[in-house]
Design a protein around this ligand. Sequence first.
Ligand code: COA
Ligand code: AMP
Length: 648
Amino acid sequence: MGAYAAAFERSISDPTRFWGLAARDIRWLVPPDRVLDDGAPPFYRWFTGGELNTCDNALDRHVEEGRGDQPALVYDSPVTGTVRTFTYRELTDLVARFAGALRAQGVDRGDRVVVYLPMIPEAVIAMLACARIGAVHSVVFGGFAAPELAARIDHARPKAVVSASCGIEGSRLVAYKPLLDEALELASHKVDRCIVRQRPQLHADLVRPRDVDWDEAVAAARPAGCVPVAATDPLYILYTSGTTGRPKGVVRDNGGHAVALRWSMANLFGVGPGDVFWAASDVGWVVGHSYIVYAPLLTGCTTVLYEGKPTGTPDAGAFWRVAARHRVKVLFTAPTAIRAIKKEDPGGRLLAGYDLSALDTLFLAGERLDPDTYHWAERMLGRPVVDHWWQTETGWPMVCNPRGLEPLPVRPGSPSVPVPGYDVRVLRPDGAPAGPGEEGDLVVRLPLPPGTLPTLWQDDARFVESYLTRFPGHYLSGDGGRIDEDGYVWVMGRTDDVVNVAGHRLSTGVMEEVIAAHPAVAECAVIGVRDALKGQVPRGLVVLKSGVAAAPETVCAELVAMVRERVGPVAALREVTVVAALPKTRSGKILRAAMRGIADGRDVPVPSTIEDPAVLEGLRPVLRGSDPAADPGAGSGPAPGAGAGSGQ
Ligand code: COA
Ligand code: AMP
């Protein structure tokens, strides 16, 4: 039996022993009484009775063990022309000081802190400072608009918000502070303190005494030490899109998270202490939490924080420049980023000048890796390209080619095999196991391994209902897929109303809520359609109320603007089409799943409950997307009864 098969078998047959051994890589202040607490299914807890501090494991411990002078964090920002390195000792000091500043502002163990920051070192410092004093951070991605930030503030009920005067999107300055002020205005929860990092590119007006300048707060603070927390205490809440407009607050604990991430670095990514790891993502997403901040630092690696884009900052050679300059061993990004580079530099001309001899592997996740992109990246880099499948909920890979354990043969289009700890299965609609190669719901048999979500923030009922009810005893991933006869998993995409736009997970429900609020709209649906660059883009289909005087083009343009304003630019809803009707069941339910199936290019049987099959048939060209490169087989004619406008 190979190393992978043996590890997988051990992890499933004796998870207590398997994860108990892995836990030895973490510094415990009080060792756990139990590795797996399975006394209250379907809730499972890891390392109960144990106490630790995640920040201690990510920083202090490495300084004490002799890594004080090693770079911990390299901030590379082409948009500001800055490259700055922080050693483990320096980063520990900065985090301890900011932890003291938080405490001085009244933040204590268990309090929530919303972090709304661009990709600057202060984001990493703020997250680790929360961990240091046992506060719970909730990072909100900068591309969301004020109402989305307000919704998260109202749900997490933070004591403080940490933000900055601006973010920099390519050459565009995004003023964060007015967005934050608007969100605080909209939120019903009152936030006591906002600590604001003034960036030289834009000065923010502070509302005293609520707002405090970062530098002043730090200058006045006494460094804070690491507070012991229970392994099962929350480290963070990360909101992610669900089927409804209401985001889900995924909770991450301290103990299981530290153990799982540390294990993943050695066994999946094949990196160890001293190696340079670069996840080109954003701290606002789970990839940023796990693989920019926590996993590399828990492992004693050097992590790269990149404030820039794959293209345009200044060109499609940006990733290769950063990888070469910092001697990156593992680069992790989303397939979209590689597609963007490929589009601008198909022949890899910009790669030529860079020394990538330190680069070992390119890891890609966040959306489906299409074989074309896979082959292109592998050809250009001459290095293994590894697809892996996971989600905000799991916090680390569920299916991956375990490079550290045992590199397995690659099958382009498949992220390879279930990761030890994840008993991945495919189920038929009736809950029976699907046969080899048969498509169904991708699920994981409980218990999930350490590091995965123990629940949703203050909503056990929604946790059970969303993930554990459809197939009792299993976690429902929300993705469809199949497992072939050799155990390789093939992920086919979401089975719910979640879209994946440029590796960003978004809810179509939230966009529908905004569109439905327009006075001219009778009904609407937003679904994901294929896109050659972003994987998917949302597409709005609206039926106008009769007697609407405004031109359809005008209404569509207004709808596009409304979604940008209320959900955020990241929603990237660029196209809204007026149609005569939406396909429905006889009881009036809009057939989104059928439309999605067509949009994904699947041969979807027309549901027997459909009211008028001609409506669905007529929508086929719109649903297949207008991007011929994305789906050469699809038509791109107008929507039925369209006569109609399109948003842009
Ligand atoms: N703050 C403010 N605005 C943001 C933002 C942020 N943090 N992130 C994105 N936006 C804005 C963008 O500026 C863009 O605005 P625009 O409509 O005015 O151009 C909009 O949101 C859509 O952004 P995006 O979907 O990212 O498209 P893009 O055209 O700017 O860039 C890519 C396309 C492929 C280069 C980019 O999406 C990318 O790098 N993707 C990788 C994704 C990734 O790392 N995902 C994390 C999971 S691993
Ligand atoms: P997020 O929670 O933002 O990480 O998004 C998770 C979703 O992204 C998953 O449910 C999948 O639909 C999709 N996804 C992530 N990684 C992959 C992958 N390697 N292949 C296919 N889909 C993926």
